[in-house]
Ligand binder design. Structure first.
Ligand code: 1CP
Length: 333
């Protein structure tokens, strides 16, 4: 059994597997090299040879306990026929959402648009480098995808005023997202994903009707993934009550963000926990890193805990600091 599954399924507390969100990405010089030659990000995600190389880059360098496929949560809106573009130094930019086209969309068209992702998983699943490691597939949660699809830009600077007005469009979009996200989960599992992570990066923007926007749509995906025999990790970034989220949604593991004081969760959350460390700590120094990493390892000493960050690793992170982080985690007793 893989180290992560030992935590997740056997509730082992004496090991701390480690992988990092966005480990296949911009802090790696070898990724930047490939990226420079491939200015179209969507095309890069649809290039299964290069995506395989990028997925394995952090494994070659750091021997993490899991590989997460190189892809993006916005491949789902792309598969549903919405234009998606990544502008340099700007972020994602989506085209207009035509809900009627999406309601008419044939399942097979969606699957064939995303087929390179499934081939990527097929190619990786028997790779010797991933022996005794998990191969993580992922999706964006319905809420976070809804935000990008309706807002059309990153909600970094807030949501456009009209966002909450069209309740009918919101309900229709959430419903159709449930269908296509499930297809994407099933296809990833059939192609070799051994774990699924649901990224709800903008969960913290919801301050009312949490059941409608977060709990219910995510529970539907969690139950579906479990029914396929694969464990599921949720990352509802920025929510104020992780305990309630776990009670409602019941994932196999919860990834916490860095605004949560880890000791406040002990004795409350009964399921395995992942993550938490502020990625900015990796930009400081070794001494501080040691201090902060040990805080998490000590608090979760007797709790099944997978080491990870409280959000994606930052592009300016130095490689030496990642090596140091791994050493601290692996040497901890
Ligand atoms: O070179 C570049 O400019 C591309 C940067 C990049 C990369 C490396 C983007 C654009 N996406 C990715 C890969 C990616 N995205 C992965 C696979 C690699 C890995 O994790 O190792 C994953 C899991 C994601 C997930 C993702 N994409 C999320 C959820 C996690 C999170 O960080 O909150 C989100 C919100 C996105 C959207 C997205 N894609 C890319 C950017 C710059 C963004 C965020 C835009 C924003 O701020 O709103």
């Amino acid at each position: 059994m893989t180290p992560i599954k030992e935590c997740l399924i056997n509730n082992k507390t004496d090991i701390n597997p480690i992988w990092l969100m966005r480990q296949a990405g911009r802090y790696l010089p070898e990724f930047r090299e490939i990226r420079k030659k491939n200015p179209n990000f969507i095309d890069l995600c649809l290039n299964e040879e290069l995506s395989e190389t990028i997925t394995l880059q952090p494994i070659d360098r750091f021997d993490f306990d899991a590989a997460i496929i190189f892809s993006d949560i916005l491949m789902i809106p792309y598969g549903m026929g919405q234009d998606v573009e990544f502008k340099k130094n700007f972020g994602p930019k989506l085209g207009n959402l035509n809900i009627n086209n999406i309601l008419d969309l044939d399942e097979n068209d969606f699957k064939s648009r995303l087929d390179p992702i499934y081939r990527l998983l097929e190619n990786l699943k028997n790779n010797k480098k991933l022996k005794n490691k998990d191969l993580i597939g992922f999706v964006g949660a319905p809420w976070t995808l809804l935000v990008y699809m309706l807002n059309k830009l990153s909600p970094k600077n807030g949501l456009s005023k009209v966002f909450f007005h069209d309740k009918d469009l919101i309900s229709k979009t959430l419903k159709i997202l449930d269908k296509f996200i499930k297809i994407h989960i099933r296809k990833q599992i059939e192609s070799g994903a051994t774990l699924i992570q649901i990224f709800d990066s903008w969960a913290g923007l919801v301050n009312k009707d949490l059941s409608k926007y977060l709990y219910e749509p995510t529970t539907s995906l969690v139950e579906y993934t479990k029914s396929l025999g694969v464990p599921v990790i949720c990352f509802p970034r920025g929510i104020s009550d992780y305990n309630k989220f776990c009670d409602e949604v019941r994932p196999n593991m919860i990834n916490i963000d860095y605004n949560i004081e880890p000791k406040d969760l002990l004795n409350k959350i009964k399921i395995p926990i992942q993550g938490g460390l502020d990625p900015k700590i990796l930009l400081t120094n070794r001494e501080n890193l040691n201090l902060e990493v040990n805080k998490y390892l000590r608090v979760f000493k007797d709790h099944p805990y997978v080491f990870n960050l409280g959000h994606g690793i930052l592009p300016e992170t130095k490689i030496e600091m990642v090596h140091e982080l791994i050493k601290i985690v692996r040497d901890f007793t």
